[in-house]
Design a protein around this ligand. Structure first.
Ligand SMILES: *Cc1c(COP(=O)(O)O)cnc(C)c1O
Length: 347
């Protein structure tokens, strides 16, 4: 069996949610777009629902449909991309709530789904998604009359607590929503950590649930273990891998493990990454191939059957740093080839 194994600790996800919820007097939801950041929306969502999550957020109506099938009726599911052309049936049949991003979406929703619940997404300066202040002014009275389930905006710089843009967006959001009675939401993981001013009625953490920065106190969630296929001794001046990119300067034991850039292990990590035999780091040598990685295991007395890519010694943020990226991208790149195993009760 040579498929790499991903072990996903549902207890750790639950503990991370409880920790963030403990910081909020507001309701704490959960963002589980992109298949729960690559970890598997079914098991993750069922565990979070069992933990008390009553509101979920996804990016697309299709993701909402998959989530609804996994958790059944009950929890609310909001869709960030709103009410797109072609979404009407899915939204209605699976009881999903679109977050309307433009006057056009508001018109579409009122024409095709009048009386069905919706929320509104406002742009408070990120210039990515949501109604701009002028658009909102034009439709605000009508939208408020239709009784939105939520009014939401998103922070651009929340992972930098000292960034002055956080306070500017908070002020813009407060101004744009002054005097309305609909529930409001501004904070994802970073916004929760900025403090109570940012929490409003509902928070919606994602990455912090899965063990990533800026929730630095999060419990690690993912272990990735890569099977060793074979081990060889390389003599001084011999090269390893594509392009002869690494050349031994002394006799070196090299293990070849079964995973590569097709498993989300970025080629950019070649040379900057270590795999772990328990607590012992083993440097990657040569280029990451599509399905294989070569590792210097000279320091080990015995080579174990698997070497870890992610474990308690090397979390998603440490790996991300070596690749010049962020934990979000590491998680969502992992791909479908791993054998996934869940520990902790899925309720
Ligand atoms: C992805 C996303 C979230 C969750 O953000 P994290 O940084 O992962 O906590 C919340 N709200 C919106 C609009 C998002 O796009």
């Amino acid at each position: 069996m040579s498929a790499a194994r991903l072990t996903i600790d549902l207890d750790a996800i639950a503990a991370n949610w409880r920790q963030l919820a403990g910081l909020c007097a507001a309701e704490t939801g959960a963002t589980i777009k992109a298949d729960a950041y690559g970890l598997g929306v079914g098991p993750v969502a069922r565990r979070l629902a069992g933990e008390g999550v009553r509101t979920f957020f996804v990016a697309l109506a299709e993701e909402g449909a998959a989530l609804r099938k996994a958790i059944g009726g009950g929890p609310r599911i909001f869709v960030f991309s709103g009410h797109m052309e072609g979404d009407t049936q899915l939204l209605r049949n699976l009881d999903l709530i679109p977050l309307l991003n433009s006057p056009d979406q508001l018109v579409r929703h009122t024409e095709r789904a009048r009386g069905r619940p919706f929320g509104v997404q406002l742009d408070t300066g990120m210039n990515r998604l949501g109604m701009e202040p002028a658009e909102w002014s034009a439709v605000r009275d009508m939208a408020v009359m239709l009784d939105p389930a939520l009014v939401l905006s998103h922070l651009a710089c929340a992972d930098e607590p000292a960034h002055p843009f956080n306070a500017r967006q908070l002020r813009a959001f407060s101004d744009m929503t002054a005097g309305i009675s609909a529930p409001r939401s501004l904070a994802a993981t970073g916004g929760i950590l900025l403090g109570a001013d940012y929490h409003f009625d509902l928070t919606r953490p994602g990455i912090g649930l899965y063990g990533g920065a800026p929730h630095v106190q999060a419990a690690p969630v993912v272990t990735a273990s890569l099977p060793v296929i074979q081990t060889r001794t390389v003599q001084p001046d011999e090269a390893v891998g594509y392009g002869n990119a690494w050349v031994a300067d002394k006799e070196t034991r090299v293990a070849t493990v079964a995973a590569g850039y097709a498993d989300g292990i970025h080629r950019a990590l070649s040379g900057g990454m270590r795999l772990w035999a328990g607590d012992t780091p083993c440097p990657v040598v040569g280029r990451v191939s599509m399905d294989l990685i070569t590792v210097d295991v000279t320091a080990l007395d015995t080579v174990p059957p698997v070497l870890d890519l992610l474990n308690a010694n090397q979390g998603i943020d440490m790996l991300a740093q070596a690749a010049g990226t962020i934990g979000y991208e590491i998680l969502t790149s992992l791909g479908m080839r791993y054998r996934r195993r869940y520990t902790g009760a899925s309720t």
